[in-house]
Design a binder for this molecule. Structure first.
Ligand code: PHE
Length: 447
């Protein structure tokens, strides 16, 4: 049977950007900027994106497109059947776990979209809205139902295939997402007092930067660019051999960064305009913002738009993680697409349900001192993702042949711009990226 693939350059691009742009941009980035001192964090983040993450992104792209296989088979076949296959297996398993808890937060976005349609954010005091959030997340049923809904939509899109499902959905949703986030950012800038938020975002205070915030910036850059999870590899395996890897990778990194910055501009000025604290952590989007919406003119409409954006961004990412496991089951376990989606749906639902309940009935179940959700989040997005990225870049830099990489990156020597920069890329992949990842990662653990 012929392998499914993306139907056009634009289609591949929006799918890749869709994977990258997600909760990481709209939810995680603004609160991390808040927690780590604003502009200085952003500058470090940008340096990491281009110096470390882009070479890793390109490495994943090369592995995927060269092999035209699922992540497990890509490592296995390109390494001639060696132990590297276990790294491949890890990059298949991790996104299954991440999809599970990602979909819990996706479910929260479903609930909050529903709440904004019913104009629930009308509180006079922020404490009312905070309580609304903790009541919701700690109740057993509602978050579970929302998690189920979110996951079913994810599976439904993936069942329709690469061209007919993932690409089609991304082509419609990504432009919509851009328009919405842009509109909110512009509106947020018009609020009086918003300049303090802009200053916060763009005036660096380097005294706030230490090893921990550098590790946080790198972790965020990995998460936001979907690295180390087999996702880019899997999507790249559906990209046409004629496409330019440098172009597709840079365009994805740039759009991801742009979305993060625009999201920052949408959120921070509004938070400052109402005199609130930007350092409120993960609750920023579900507690601080709804309160902001309750106070601002036309806040009801802005709330609806914001949570539509959050939901869309989350779905275009969750489908990319889901596809990693689906591709594996189809190609290695010879399942039909629908069977593969059903199996994964069941697995992700169950793991996700545990994560969801860990905010309520299961809150006293502790793994390494954390609740189930935090445990999975920490394990996968702080440790396994970094490990996956590091191993991938080592695989490309030290295990594959230089000629193979050259051939894939330059399309057989036909893209002259890529031929010219290959030397730099090779150096970044072989030395800079692995060393930088190891240093930042270790110093973050020690600090
Ligand atoms: N990049 C996504 C985001 O920013 C998350 C993600 C991670 C998606 C890994 C796919 C794989 O939310």
């Amino acid at each position: 049977m012929r392998r499914d693939s993306f139907g056009s350059r634009f289609g591949a691009l929006v799918a890749l950007a869709g994977s990258a742009v997600g909760l990481g941009n709209l939810w995680r980035f603004p609160y991390l900027v808040g927690e780590n001192g604003g502009a200085a964090f952003i500058i470090i983040y940008i340096v990491f994106v281009f110096l470390i993450c882009l070479p890793i992104f390109i490495s994943e792209f090369i592995v995927g497109r060269r092999s035209q296989k699922n992540a497990f088979a890509a490592f296995r076949d390109l390494s001639g059947g060696s132990g590297w296959r276990w790294v491949g297996l890890m990059t298949v398993i991790v996104p299954v776990v991440v999809t599970s808890y990602y979909s819990v937060i996706g479910g929260w976005a479903v609930e909050y979209l529903f709440k904004s349609f019913t104009f629930s954010f009308t509180a006079e005091a922020q404490s009312v809205i905070d309580t609304m959030f903790s009541d919701f997340t700690s109740s057993p049923w509602r978050p579970l139902i929302c998690h189920t809904a979110f996951l079913c939509v994810t599976a439904l899109i993936v069942v329709m295939g690469i061209k007919g499902g993932i690409e089609k959905f991304s082509k419609i949703m990504m432009p919509l997402l851009f328009v919405i986030v842009m509109a909110i950012a512009v509106y947020s800038l018009t609020l009086s007092g918003s300049h303090k938020g802009v200053e916060y975002l763009f005036r660096p205070d380097f005294s706030k930067i230490d090893a921990k915030s550098c590790a946080a910036a790198l972790g965020q850059a990995f998460f936001s660019l979907s690295l180390g999870f087999g996702t880019i590899m899997t999507y790249a395996s559906y990209v046409d051999k004629k496409e330019n890897i440098m172009f597709q990778s840079t365009a994805t990194a740039v759009s991801d960064l742009m979305f993060a910055l625009i999201a920052g501009i949408a959120v921070m000025p509004a938070v400052f305009a109402f005199g609130l604290d930007p350092q409120s952590g993960p609750g920023l989007v579900f507690e601080t913002l709804p309160y902001v919406f309750s106070q601002m003119p036309a806040g009801g409409l802005v709330a609806i738009l914001f949570f539509i954006a959050l939901l869309v961004a989350a779905i275009t990412s969750s489908i990319s993680m889901f596809e990693v496991g689906v591709a594996y089951l189809i190609e290695e376990k010879k399942m039909s697409r629908i069977a593969a989606c059903s199996v994964l749906l069941a697995v992700c639902w169950s793991v996700g349900a545990l994560c969801s309940l860990s905010f309520g009935p299961l809150s006293n179940v502790r793994l390494a001192g954390m609740n189930i959700f935090d445990f999975f989040d920490n394990l996968s997005s702080n440790i396994l993702m970094t490990l996956g990225s590091l191993l991938t870049v080592l695989f490309v830099g030290w295990r594959l042949k230089k000629t193979e990489i050259y051939d894939e990156f330059t399309n057989g020597g036909t893209i002259s711009a890529n031929v010219r920069i290959f030397g730099i890329l090779w150096f970044l992949i072989r030395y800079v990226a692995p060393v930088a990842v190891a240093v930042v990662f270790l110093s973050g653990i020690i600090a």
